[in-house]
Ligand binder design. Structure first.
Ligand code: GDP
Ligand code: ZN
Length: 315
């Protein structure tokens, strides 16, 4: 395959090196020159899951020449102040948000932020509540409420316990033959779930790290691997916050599906459901048809992300 153009899928990226899978080989690649990045400011021009064209040099190192158009991607705003965005993964069939309501408790706003972003980038999202074995009575009440709320909006929910091996088959089923990205805050049990579903994984990660000296498995970077039962998983580093500063107000308003469905009943076609008169969303919220937690997340995202509005509110 020397000097001949190949296509492959990026399985791992460290920022300067990329592991690209072509047939059954993983090839260590670099990027040459400037890649066309669709005019989008990102910290990483090439992400895990991207399809790329590359050539292999005489020294065995691959050079990525071209990025093939993405079907979709999961993006979040980088934590630094550069306002650049980071692509967590590209070309995925679905995203599984792993949540825990106890030790650690995933903030509800984190769930909603993630869901907005998955709507915007058209990645179907499912919610997996893990650690149900340690939920208190109160946690269980919250669990039932959240499952009702999200199921009604259209997000499939799962209640699992990795520790007790409960409902793991349901997760195996939805992962089969799909490319899925797993997202969650640190400690919710992502690695434990992956190890349970794919026992050979930990060993493979070590082999790859040793071979390519990409460091031990600290999940600082997203990485993809094949499932023994068919399909692929993108494992992501624990995410502390889901910045959405790259979204316009309308993007936020249009990507809470239960609110978007009511927009045509609001007096103003561009209603943001904050303090406008005759707002169908606020009425639905007051009637209890829109969950308190959802509306709260919505307002928080709006206030936090919209600088203009924030100034009006606090000055
Ligand atoms: P990650 O940061 O999301 O990858 O989380 P880990 O898989 O490292 O899990 C964090 C801790 O939670 C570990 O001590 C796991 O053993 C524990 N853990 C994972 N799943 C469960 C579960 O279903 N129940 C309980 N009680 N603990 C779990
Ligand atoms: Zn409204």
């Amino acid at each position: 395959m020397l000097n001949q153009k190949n296509t492959g899928i990026v399985y791992k990226s460290t920022g300067s090196w990329y592991l690209v899978k072509h047939n059954n080989d993983l090839i260590q690649c670099k990027i040459r020159g400037k890649l066309r990045t669709h005019g989008f400011r990102t910290t990483n021009p090439v992400a895990v899951g991207d399809n790329v064209e590359f050539v292999v040099q005489k020294d065995g190192v691959g050079i990525i020449l071209n990025l093939i158009d993405r079907k979709n991607c999961i993006i979040r705003q980088s934590t630094n102040l550069s306002k650049k965005n980071h692509i967590i993964a590209a070309n995925v069939n679905q995203a599984l948000l792993i949540v825990s309501l106890n030790s650690p408790a995933t903030p509800i706003e984190f769930i909603d932020r993630f869901l907005v972003s998955s709507e915007v980038y058209q990645v179907p999202a499912k919610i997996v509540f893990n650690k149900t074995d340690i939920y208190t009575e109160e946690d269980n009440k919250q669990l039932d409420n959240l499952v009702d709320t999200y199921t009604e909006i259209g997000y499939e929910c799962f209640k699992i316990s990795v520790a007790e091996r409960k409902n793991i088959d349901q997760i195996k089923n939805i992962l089969k033959d799909k490319t899925s990205v797993l997202i969650g805050n640190s400690g919710v049990g992502k690695s434990s779930l992956i190890n349970l579903i794919n026992p050979g994984h930990a060993l493979k990660v070590k082999e790859i790290s040793d071979k390519y000296k990409t460091g031990k498995h600290t999940t600082t970077f997203a990485e993809m691997f094949d499932l023994e039962t068919g399909g692929r998983i993108v494992d992501t580093p624990g995410i502390r916050a889901f910045g959405l500063g790259f979204l316009e107000n309308e993007d936020v308003a249009h990507n809470f599906p239960e609110m978007f469905n009511l927009l045509q009943k609001c007096k103003y076609h561009n209603c943001l459901h904050i303090d406008e008169p005759k707002c169908a969303v606020k009425e639905a919220f007051e009637d209890g048809q829109i969950a308190y937690s959802r509306y709260k997340s919505y307002i928080n995202i709006m206030l936090e992300e919209d600088e203009k509005y924030r100034k009006d509110m606090y000055q």
